[in-house]
Design a protein around this ligand. Sequence first.
Ligand SMILES: Cc1cc2nc3c(=O)[nH]c(=O)nc-3n(C[C@H](O)[C@H](O)[C@H](O)COP(=O)(O)O)c2cc1C
Ligand SMILES: [Fe+2]
Ligand SMILES: [Fe+2]
Length: 411
Amino acid sequence: MYKPLKITEDIFYVGVNDRTKHLFENLWPLPHGVSYNSYIIADEKTALIDTVDICYSDIFFHKITSLLGDKPIDYLVVNHMEPDHSGSIEWLVSKYPGIQIVGNKRTIEMLKGFYGITNNVVLVQDMEELSLGKNTLQFYMTPMVHWPETMMTYVSEKKTLFSADAFGTFGTLDGGVLDTQLFPERYWDEMIRYYSNVIGKFGSPVQTALKKLAEIRINVLCSTHGPVWTKEENIAEVIGLYDKLSRYQADDGLVIAYGSMYGHTEQLAEIIASEAAENGLKRIVMHNVTKSHQSDIIRDVFKYKGLIIGSPTYNSKLYPGVESLVFALQNRYLKNRFFGYFGGFTWADASAKQLAAFAGESEFEIVSEPVILKQAMLEDVRDKAFSLGRAMSRKLLSGAEVVPNSSANCH
Ligand SMILES: Cc1cc2nc3c(=O)[nH]c(=O)nc-3n(C[C@H](O)[C@H](O)[C@H](O)COP(=O)(O)O)c2cc1C
Ligand SMILES: [Fe+2]
Ligand SMILES: [Fe+2]
């Protein structure tokens, strides 16, 4: 029998840990697992906030009954319909046939589409309130953080926000659930990887949501993934991190991501990196795109303001791993970066041209001319590689703001 985990007066944690799944969304590695958080507000009326992945519905049910016994649940609030949170809804309805499911117009559409549920559904509007007795739920519509139906639920009496995926992170809750029970440092890097990979495309909707939430006081921050944040400095850190990442702001550091088949492009990457270091830059992360997992590259690209990408020409295109990275960054509307690029070819250059097109379409500041290597005559291009490393280092260390320009005149 589980011991109910109290978060604050009337509010309990009934989420689960997933240490089995290798890939979140069948894409993003989970070296430290992930939690699916769910919460119960036990008042005159009982409300459950979100459910968990279907694979964990059994443990979920044990947690619920350890708290409620035979008592029914009056409401299920569905903040988000992605199956890592909605997966147990159909099963929950079979256990609690009288439960009323609370959601917005889009949620209701999806409840029908995913689970065939049309009965006992309560439609709520933006900012509408629902009283449970001593506690009142207020619903904040936050579309596209991370799906169109996403909303958040605020309990003003407890200054507690149930924020769905927003402010979430990868990483299980090992023992403790509250930030006061664990070391938060473990989660910061995983929070950036979670944000940049899963939510990264939705910077603008995240900003809209943050503006909407700015007026409310948050003493307890309950996301659907990761710790429950209760300490003022941790809540500030988490909200600050989401704010910074969604504005595409980053630290002064450099990511060099490159592909290479026979080492020529890699040699350029090494030269550029060592020249950047020679000019004082310490935070340099190099990623060989076919060795590093793309989710780690995306995390570092969101973390650092300098980005240099290199690729050999491969069948008149970018090297596949580089092409996939470029696509991932375009998909996330990456902006506000100092940018440089380098390419290699043997008979007809295509990689540098395609990187120039990527740069031209992005809001980047190109810091130096591209470096283009034909076959292996490195001496010819070494000076340009030095210039790129030096220019990037100087830009980053100068503290200057990015001034977007076009690559058209550089290549
Ligand atoms: C499978 C394959 C396809 C290639 N396709 C092209 C091409 O379309 N155009 C070109 O100029 N060079 C092409 N190359 C040559 C490489 O782009 C060139 O040798 C490059 O410098 C290799 O860099 P690396 O040593 O970093 O792998 C190709 C090489 C390979 C192995
Ligand atoms: Fe989601
Ligand atoms: Fe989620």
